[in-house]
Design a protein around this ligand. Structure first.
Ligand SMILES: NC(=O)C1=CN([C@@H]2O[C@H](COP(=O)(O)OP(=O)(O)OC[C@H]3O[C@@H](n4cnc5c(N)ncnc54)[C@H](OP(=O)(O)O)[C@@H]3O)[C@@H](O)[C@H]2O)C=CC1
Ligand SMILES: CC(C)(CO)C(=O)C(=O)O
Length: 310
């Protein structure tokens, strides 16, 4: 005779709503869907059909039945939102998503640079917000096809300590994708270090129209060192213990990603707005707030501006 159950059934995973059907959003959505996790992929336009996922540029494509929806067509409130748009689009995207979020929604921000996360946290103090930093690499070679070009690692955590931190639960849910992800209670430090790396590499590659590895040669190397030295001075003054590691880490990333064209170079080549206001722009704002001048960062942004790269 069956015994009456005394325990409570485990809550079903509420799945994910991924906003932004670009490279990162498509990668997370495809990997989660592939593992049977419920995913809604949100884009500006509705689109029925499938998404192709390739685990490298020359591997076979896997067809996943993953349609794209508009926010307005969602039938249920969003429980978990993974925001995968570029930094300048993040605040407007959250403003749009707000009426569709459930009361207990968790919001995970996946943006490079800094500044957009703080804007969102300040503007929506009622939201349960997390930040994600990643070294995964993805691109869209064709519409509705994503290539997982670089197999890396992601970290997730709260920018400010909080009594209610659901990071472990979110990491475990996103981890079902098979993408490597860990909780990082110091996600802020990780984002600041990534910022220092992007601030030295990205703008210069757009200026010289070169690959990351080319910055280790000749005159470009001098400018790379000058930018990372200035960033180190700022971080020292802000009391960041890892400031001394910046120049070495910058050189290491140039070596590790030598053949890559940075995201800023790619945006500039396509005439798209870059994330530089949230990279070097953010660094300059922080310096200005403590009365520090950063002539190399300023000069870089001015030179890029003259070439129409913002
Ligand atoms: N791709 C990569 O390898 C990596 C990316 N990152 C970071 O991840 C973030 C996302 O990058 P990535 O995926 O490459 O960027 P993409 O430009 O490929 O994708 C962003 C997508 O978000 C969409 N979007 C923006 N706002 C909205 C909105 N309000 N509603 C619906 N869709 C919206 C954009 O649509 P539209 O084009 O119509 O504006 C675009 O499809 C960036 O901060 C990037 O720096 C970090 C590490 C690696
Ligand atoms: C680390 C680096 C520079 C790799 O290309 C990057 O994050 C980017 O291109 O934005």
């Amino acid at each position: 005779m069956p015994m009456p159950s005394t325990g409570t059934a485990p809550c079903p995973d509420p799945g994910w709503t991924v906003l932004g059907a670009g490279a990162m959003g498509s990668l997370w959505a495809a990997r989660l869907a592939q593992q049977g996790v419920g995913v809604h992929l949100l884009a500006r336009q509705e689109r029925q059909g499938s998404l192709r996922l390739r685990e490298s540029a020359d591997s076979a494509a896997i067809e996943l039945p993953l349609a794209q929806h508009r926010l307005e067509s969602l039938a249920h409130p969003i429980e978990r939102l993974l925001l995968c748009c570029k930094a300048p689009d993040a605040l407007p995207a959250i403003e749009q998503a707000l009426p569709h979020l459930s009361n207990n929604a968790r919001v995970v921000l996946c943006q490079n640079g800094l500044g957009s996360q703080q804007q969102i946290i300040k503007r929506f103090p009622q939201l349960d917000i997390y930040c994600l930093s990643t070294t995964e690499g993805a691109y869209l070679p064709a519409p509705h096809e994503v290539v997982h070009a670089g197999h890396g690692q992601s970290w997730l955590g709260k920018l400010h300590a909080s009594d209610s931190d659901h990071s472990p639960e979110l990491v475990s849910s996103l981890g079902q994708s098979g993408l490597r992800i860990q909780h990082d209670p110091q996600i802020g430090d990780r984002l600041w270090m990534k910022l220092a790396i992007n601030a030295s590499i990205n703008g210069l590659t757009a200026l010289y129209q070169c690959r990351n590895g080319d910055l280790l040669e000749g005159e470009k190397r001098g400018r790379l060192e000058a930018l990372s030295d200035e960033t180190r001075s700022l971080y020292r003054q802000l009391g960041m213990g890892f400031a001394e590691q910046i120049p070495r880490q910058v050189r290491q990333v140039c070596r590790d990603t030598a053949a890559n064209y940075s995201s800023t170079y790619q945006d500039s080549q396509c005439g798209r707005a870059t994330e530089l206001p949230f990279i070097n722009g953010f660094i300059l704002q922080q310096a200005q707030a403590i009365g520090l001048t950063m002539p190399e960062h300023k000069r870089l942004l001015e030179e890029l501006e003259r070439r129409g790269i913002h």
